[in-house]
Design a protein around this ligand. Structure first.
Ligand code: PLP
Length: 396
């Protein structure tokens, strides 16, 4: 029998619950027709990319030397693209980043993997807050780190600071936050980020080493709150940002994102070198070159995100009327209501009877909930409501 990595066999054989539901949906669509499957499983934006994306792709393909356009760029990304990204953030957040602060990646997933691989030393712990994006566990464990989960505060999915402090230890290398959050839609206020920063500064001093903050921000622009989203590195110097254009520009398949390492990060040169080294060791050098150019030229744009707010409003109101407990998301395009029975997997199985494809919350570290990804056309939500109602009726 082949001698292979047990860890990788396990990861490849045991698909994520999100992917499981997504693949099931494709099979069902072939049988009952795609319009009759209510797939709320995966975060694949349903609104098209901004027109400028298509125009630019056409222009670039027509006008540019194809050898250069599709050729390798610098390992960390094309200089002009990194400059454009720096300018965009500087205009929006009053910062002074330059091209050397960026490492372009194939989406936020690769950005996270690079940062985690750059940081992880034997014995290191990485903290995050439940509910969390399940791939964090995979990414952290793949580089030999340990994921430490701060239990969820299940009313509004904000930070339980007492529980957080209790889990920090001298082994803590970094804390991962994700606001707006997948799967809860929770958004952290400036006050929350200030308090988090104050604790990280105090604990870094106490332990005699930096605790990094990794801000995973694929949903930065998808926000429904009145107050602007705080720019995290302005609150805490040792922040690394992992960003993606998958959601803001509706380009998940283009695989484009970045790591931002502000110069304020302690030992910036070493941290940047380690991220480059991680990209190299993982085979992530040179993010897709065409989309480096597109993302850089479109970083001031977003898709029409207004549909997500409409979807959120319809779902929150309707599900509450049906008896679901449902925190109102402040951003992203996920809803995380409580399951109508303690076993969320059993609930999602039952939902399949109505071709409603939902994701049970167990792998998000917060049992008893379901994730509804509402980045779908509004008419699909409207047609799904009677199905949700029938499902809820079963629990009366
Ligand atoms: N982080 C979070 C919280 C996500 O929800 C996702 C994707 O859904 C990612 C990272 C990965 O994003 P990308 O498609 O850019 O790799």
């Amino acid at each position: 029998m082949a001698r292979l990595s047990e860890q990788m066999i396990a990861l490849g054989s045991d698909r994520s619950e999100i992917r499981e539901a997504f693949e099931y949906g494709k099979k069902r669509a072939a049988i009952v027709g795609p319009e009759n499957v209510f797939d709320f499983s995966i975060g694949n934006p349903s609104v098209p990319a901004p027109e400028l994306v298509g125009t630019l792709i056409q222009q670039l393909v027509q006008d540019e030397d194809p050898v250069l356009l599709h050729g390798y760029t610098s390992a960390q990304g094309d200089l002009a693209a990194r400059e454009a990204l720096a300018n965009n953030l500087n205009l929006r957040f009053g910062t002074a980043y330059d091209a050397d602060c960026f490492y372009l990646t194939a989406g936020a997933a690769a950005a996270l993997c690079c940062v985690l691989a750059a940081m992880s030393c034997p014995g290191d712990e990485f903290l995050t807050f439940a509910p969390y994006f399940p791939e964090y566990k995979v990414f952290i464990e793949s580089v030999g780190g340990k994921l430490v989960v701060v239990p969820a505060e299940i009313e509004a999915f904000q930070i339980d600071f007492a529980a957080f402090e209790a889990r920090l230890s001298p082994q803590t290398k970094a804390v991962i936050i994700n606001s707006p959050n997948n799967p809860s839609g929770a958004v952290y206020s400036p006050e929350t980020i200030s308090k988090l920063s104050e604790i990280l500064v105090r604990k870094s001093q106490e332990y005699g080493h930096v605790i990094y903050l990794i801000s995973d921000e694929p949903y930065r622009e998808i926000i429904y709150t009145d107050t602007a989203l705080p720019w995290i590195p302005s609150y805490y110097n040792n922040t690394l940002v992992c960003y993606s254009f998958s959601k803001s520009l509706s380009l998940p398949g283009a695989r484009i994102g970045y790591v931002l390492i502000p110069k304020e990060v302690e030992d910036f040169d070493l941290v940047y070198a380690a991220v480059c080294g991680a990209g190299r060791s993982l085979g992530y050098v040179c993010a897709p070159s065409l989309f480096q150019r597109v993302a850089a030229l479109c970083s001031h744009e977003t898709s029409d995100l207004s549909i997500y707010r409409r979807n959120r409003d319809i779902l929150v109101q309707s599900l509450r009327e049906m008896g679901f407990y449902c925190a109102e998301p402040g951003g992203a395009f996920y809803l995380f209501p409580r399951s109508l029975e303690p076993d969320a997997k059993a609930f999602c199985e039952r939902a399949k009877k109505y071709d409603l494809l939902l994701v049970p919350s167990d792998s998000f570290g917060c049992p008893g909930h379901i994730r509804i990804s509402y980045c779908v056309p509004t008419e699909r939500i409207e047609r799904a409501l009677p199905k949700f109602r029938q499902l809820a009726e079963e629990y009366r």
